[in-house]
Design a protein around this ligand. Structure first.
Ligand code: AMP
Length: 291
C-alpha cells in the first residue's frame, strides 16, 4: 500500500471482516452507502462516491473485477487494475472503507448460487453478453449482503445495469435505496470508462463520435423526429464514418420499462448504443425529455 493513502481510509480484503465492519457501523446507528465498482477509478466513479457521501454517514467503495460478469473471450484478464491509486482516489473522494476481495473470497470452491433477473437481461447488452447481467446481479446481491447498505449509488452510464439492479432490489424486497447518477464525460463528450485506456490515439478520437451521435439524436427529437429507424440510421452513419469497427446496437427504449420502441413518444426516451473501436467495446446512452 502506498504511504500517501489517507490514514482514515480502511482497506478490507475479507468477507468476514467487511461483515463485521458493516455490523459495527449499523450498531453505531450509521447510515451506510455503498458504491460497487470494478476499480481503476476515474471521475465517473468518484462522482458516485461523493454522492454517496451526501446520502450516507459512511461510504464503502467495493473494488472487485467480477469474473462472473465476463464471458469467455472477454477482457477479464486484461481489465485494468491499480489498487494503490484506487485507494488514494476513493479516500480523497470521501470513501471511508474500500472493500477489495479476491476471487476466492467472493466465489470460494464449490460456489453454486446465482441471482437472475429475467427478460430485460436478454436484450441489448444481454443479447451480446448473455451471462453478463446474471454475474452483475449475483455480485451486487452478494455485495449488499456483505456491506449491509442503506443506500447504493450506480451510474447512468450503465443504464441497463442500473435498471436491472433496481428490478432485482424491488423483486427481492431488498431494503436498499438505489440512486442513479449522471454520466461524467471527457471534454469532447466521451463517457469516462476504465476501458478507455485500451483505445489507441485514432480510436480515442473516433470514440468522440458516440456522444456526438447521441447529442445529434437528441436535437433531432427536439426538432420533431419520431422515427427510430431514421434516427439510428443517421447515428450509424456518423459513427461508422468516424471509424468504428462494429456497431453492436443503437436502440431506443421506454425508460420506465426498458421496452424497445420503434416510434418515439413523449415525455421521455432513452437512446442506447454499444460500439467497437478496434478491440474495445464502449457503451453510452442519453435520456431525452421532450413534449
Ligand atoms: P465499473 O467500475 O465500470 O463497473 O462501474 C462502477 C460504477 O460506476 C457503475 O455504477 C457505473 O455505471 C459507474 N460509472 C462508470 N462510468 C461512469 C461515468 N463515466 N459516469 C458516471 N458513472 C460511471
Amino acid at each position: 500500500m502506498r504511504k500517501d493513502v489517507p490514514l482514515s481510509i480502511q482497506t478490507i480484503f475479507s468477507v468476514r471482516e467487511i461483515q463485521a465492519e458493516a455490523d459495527r457501523l449499523r450498531s453505531a446507528g450509521k447510515r451506510i452507502g455503498v458504491v460497487p465498482t470494478m476499480g481503476y477509478l476515474h471521475e465517473g466513479h468518484l462522482s458516485l462516491i461523493r454522492r454517496a457521501k451526501e446520502l450516507a454517514d459512511v461510504v464503502i467503495t467495493t473494488i472487485f473485477v467480477n469474473p462472473t460478469q465476463f464471458s469467455v473471450g472477454e477482457d477479464f484478464e486484461s481489465y485494468p487494475r491499480d489498487l494503490d491509486a484506487d485507494n488514494l482516489r476513493a479516500g480523497e473522494a470521501g470513501a471511508d472503507v474500500v472493500f477489495c476481495p479476491d476471487r476466492r473470497e467472493m466465489y470460494p470452491e464449490g460456489y453454486l448460487t446465482y441471482v437472475e433477473v429475467e427478460t430485460v437481461t436478454s436484450i441489448l447488452e444481454g443479447a451480446f453478453r448473455p451471462t453478463h447481467f446474471r454475474g452483475v446481479t449475483t455480485v451486487v446481491a452478494k455485495l449488499f449482503g456483505l456491506t449491509k447498505p442503506h443506500v447504493a449509488v450506480f451510474g447512468q452510464k450503465d443504464a441497463q445495469q442500473a435498471f436491472v439492479v433496481r428490478k432485482m432490489v424491488s423483486d427481492l424486497n431488498m431494503d436498499v435505496e438505489i440512486h442513479v447518477e449522471p454520466t461524467v464525460r471527457e471534454p469532447d463528450g466521451l463517457a469516462m470508462s476504465s476501458r478507455n485506456v485500451y483505445l489507441n490515439r485514432a480510436e480515442r478520437t473516433a470514440a468522440a463520435s458516440l456522444y456526438a451521435a447521441l447529442i445529434f439524436a437528441e436535437k433531432q427529437i427536439q426538432d420533431g423526429e419520431r422515427s427510430v429507424e431514421k434516427l439510428s440510421g443517421e447515428m450509424k452513419k456518423m459513427i461508422s464514418d468516424a471509424g468504428a469497427t462494429a456497431i453492436d446496437y443503437i436502440a431506443c427504449v421506454e425508460p420506465d420499462t426498458f421496452t424497445p420502441v420503434e416510434a418515439i413518444h413523449p415525455p421521455r426516451i432513452l437512446i442506447l448504443l454499444a460500439v467497437r473501436f478496434g478491440a474495445t467495446r464502449l457503451i453510452d446512452n442519453i435520456s431525452v425529455t421532450f413534449s
